[in-house]
Design a binder for this molecule. Structure first.
Ligand SMILES: [Fe+2]
Ligand SMILES: [Fe+2]
Length: 222
């Protein structure tokens, strides 16, 4: 990417090209202004306008995604104990508590990855995790404590795990493509934990919780 930029700068422009360059620069300024003002970032043709700080290469996108999941894990480590407190099934509580410990380790692992790639560990708000956690809170508020709330907690938690699985899968692929093999290996450990957490939740649901929750339905009908 850096090479392309240098080449573009060193090439002399014809008057026609100059006019295009000026137009492009003007368009960029407009895009930057519109995003700063918090107004629509989509053009009339449906093309999303990039912010002035938009990533230009895969490395930048990788770093950005790391900041995003760093925020998400930090938010999750605070939310998980609350979920455990609201759960009643012992296996589910144990599963959530175990994953809280894992999440703390995952945060430390992300800090290691930042160090490997020579970047500062900075958290950037993850809108997706923020929404998933709000949904989890909403499910708890919408259910009575017991098997039904437990089923709701599992549902919300599995959405979170699937989001994390997708995220770490992508991060592993980015790290490998960029040649950060050590970082990819570290991210792969976390990916494995997220997959296992999802399996544990499925087992908890199938073994007892969903059946107990369905029984609660029958009792209500009687
Ligand atoms: Fe995680
Ligand atoms: Fe997780």
């Amino acid at each position: 990417m850096a090479t392309t930029k240098t080449t573009a700068k060193s090439t002399k422009s014809t008057p026609a090209e100059k006019s295009t360059t000026t137009k492009t620069a003007a368009a960029k300024t407009t895009a930057a202004k519109s995003s700063t003002a918090g107004k629509s970032t989509t053009s009339s043709r449906g093309i999303v306008k990039a912010k002035a700080s938009a990533a230009e290469g895969l490395k930048e996108l990788f770093v950005d995604s790391l900041k995003d999941i760093y925020w998400a894990e930090k938010a999750l480590v605070k939310a998980l104990p609350k979920m455990a407190k609201n759960a009643e099934n012992e296996n589910l509580i144990a599963g959530i508590n175990n994953h809280t410990t894992e999440t703390e380790e995952q945060i430390a692992r992300l800090e290691q990855v930042f160090q490997i790639i020579g970047e500062k560990a900075v958290a950037k708000k993850c809108e997706a995790m923020d929404g998933l956690l709000k949904e989890g809170q909403d499910i708890m508020e919408s259910t009575e404590p017991g098997p039904v709330r437990d089923a709701g907690i599992i549902a919300a938690s599995q959405k979170i795990e699937h989001y994390e699985i997708a995220t770490y899968g992508t991060l592993c692929a980015f790290a490998k493509t960029l040649g950060y093999d050590d970082a990819a290996e570290i991210l792969h450990i976390t990916l494995g934990e997220e997959k296992q957490a999802d399996i544990t939740l499925t087992e908890a649901a199938y073994n007892t919780i969903n059946f107990d929750a369905a029984e609660a339905d029958e009792n209500e009908v009687e």
